[in-house]
Ligand binder design. Structure first.
Ligand code: NAD
Length: 332
C-alpha cells in the first residue's frame, strides 16, 4: 500500500524503513517532514493511507481532503488519538488505527525520571556542579517512601508507573472509571477524585485526553490539593489548565511540576527553535520557575518503543490492506 508518512524525523524514517524491510510485502512509504494540516494534505495524492503522529491536524477539513484523494486509512504511530476527529473520519468512511501498546515502560519510566529529578532538584544540581558550586541550599528533597502517589488513569502506562512507585515504598491511590483489579491486589486503593486531590503528595496523569478529562487539573482541583503537591504530566497537555497551574506555582500550592506535554505544544515541540524568539508567553512563564521541568514530548522515545511503534503501525496497514479489521487496533 502507498502511504504518506507525515511529521517524520530521521529516527522515524530509520525505524519505519527497517521494519518495512522485514515485511514479506513491504509498503511504499513516502516520507514527509511537514505536519499534516490543510495545506499539506495534498501531499497524500496517490496514497491509500496516511501515517500520522501526535501533533498532526487530523480534523474534519483535513479528513475531507484526504477522502477526496482516495485515502481510506489513517494509521497513527502513537497511542493517543485526541488529534483526530473520529466522527468525521467515520462519516467519510476512513478507518483510524493506532498503536495501543508499544512500551508502557518508556513513558512510565520517564514519569519516574521527572518525579525524582524534581524531588531532588537534579536539574539544578547538574548546573551547579558544572559551575564549581557545591552548595546545597535549595536542593532539599524528601524520601519517596511512604509518600502518597496518586495515579489518574491506570491503563497500561498508569499500571507500570503505579508498580514502580509501589517499588519505591510509596502509598498508591488511583482514580480510573475502570479500576484495574490487578493493581487493587498489588495494594493500590481506588478513590473518587474528590478524595484523591487532598491526599496526594504526587499526582501523575496517565488518562487519555477527551471531553471528560480536558483541564482535569484546573483552579478548582488545585485548590483542593495538598500544599506543595507535585504534578507530573506525561499524558496530554490538555489535561492541565496551564494558566491555573502557573497561579498554583506562584502561590506555592504546587511545589513541583513535571511536564512532558503541553497544551500548545504543536507549535513548539519536536523542532529546534533555538534561533527563534519564543512567542508563547504562557510557556515562557512556566520556564521561569526553578521547580518546573519540561521535556519536549520525549517520554515515548526509547529504542524499544520506536521499534514496536514501527512494527505495529505497519501491521495495522497490512491488516487493513488484507481486509483483516479484527487484527487491527482501530479506534472508530
Ligand atoms: P490506556 O488506554 O491503556 O489507559 C488509559 C486509562 O485511562 C484507562 O484505564 C481508562 O479507563 C482511563 N481513563 C479513561 N477516562 C478516564 C478519566 N476520565 N479519568 C481517569 N482515567 C480515565 O492508555 P495508555 O497506553 O496507558 O496511555 C495513556 C495516555 O498516555 C494516552 O492516552 C496518551 O495520551 C499518553 N501517552 C503519552 C506518551 C508520551 O510520549 N508522553 C506516550 C504514549 C501515551
Amino acid at each position: 500500500m502507498k502511504v504518506a508518512v507525515f511529521s517524520t524525523k530521521p529516527y522515524d524514517r530509520e525505524f519505519l524503513t527497517q521494519a518495512n524491510a522485514l515485511l514479506a510485502q513491504p509498503h511504499e512509504l513516502v516520507f514527509h517532514e511537514t505536519q499534516l494540516n490543510t495545506h499539506s494534505a495534498l501531499l497524500a495524492q496517490g496514497c491509500q493511507a496516511v501515517c500520522c503522529f501526535v501533533n498532526d491536524h487530523v480534523d474534519a477539513d483535513v479528513l475531507q481532503q484526504l477522502a477526496a484523494q482516495g485515502v481510506t486509512l489513517v494509521a497513527l504511530r502513537c497511542a493517543g488519538f485526541n488529534q483526530v476527529d473520529l466522527a468525521a473520519a467515520k462519516n467519510l468512511g476512513i478507518t483510524v488505527a493506532r498503536v495501543a501498546d508499544y512500551s508502557p515502560h518508556a513513558v512510565a519510566e520517564h514519569a519516574l525520571g521527572l518525579m525524582l529529578m524534581l524531588n531532588r532538584h537534579l536539574h539544578r544540581a547538574y548546573h551547579r556542579v558544572r559551575e564549581n558550586d557545591y552548595s546545597l541550599n535549595g536542593l532539599l528533597g524528601f524520601d519517596m517512601v511512604n509518600k502518597v502517589v496518586a495515579v489518574i488513569g491506570t491503563g497500561k502506562i498508569g499500571e507500570v508507573f503505579a508498580r514502580i512507585a509501589l517499588g519505591l515504598g510509596c502509598k498508591l491511590i488511583a482514580y480510573d472509571p475502570q479500576p484495574n483489579q490487578a493493581l487493587v491486589e498489588a495494594g493500590v486503593t481506588y478513590v473518587p477524585l474528590e478524595q484523591l486531590w487532598p491526599q496526594a503528595d504526587v499526582i501523575s496523569l496517565h488518562c487519555p485526553l477527551n471531553s471528560s478529562t480536558h483541564h482535569l487539573i484546573n483552579s478548582e482541583s488545585i485548590a483542593r490539593m495538598k500544599e506543595g503537591v507535585m504534578i507530573i504530566n506525561t499524558g496530554r497537555g490538555g489535561l492541565i489548565d496551564t494558566r491555573a497551574v502557573i497561579s498554583g506555582l506562584k502561590s506555592k500550592k504546587i511545589g513541583h511540576l513535571g511536564l512532558d506535554v503541553y497544551e500548545e505544544e504543536g507549535d513548539l515541540f519536536f523542532e529546534d527553535n533555538s534561533n527563534q524568539l519564543l512567542q508563547d508567553d504562557v510557556f515562557a512563564r512556566l520556564l521561569t520557575f526553578p521547580n518546573v521541568v519540561v521535556t519536549g514530548h520525549q517520554a515515548f522515545f526509547t529504542r524499544e518503543a520506536l521499534t514496536a511503534i514501527a512494527r505495529v503501525t505497519l501491521a495495522n496497514i497490512t491488516h487493513f490492506e488484507h481486509n483483516e479489521r479484527d487484527k487491527m487496533c482501530t479506534v472508530n
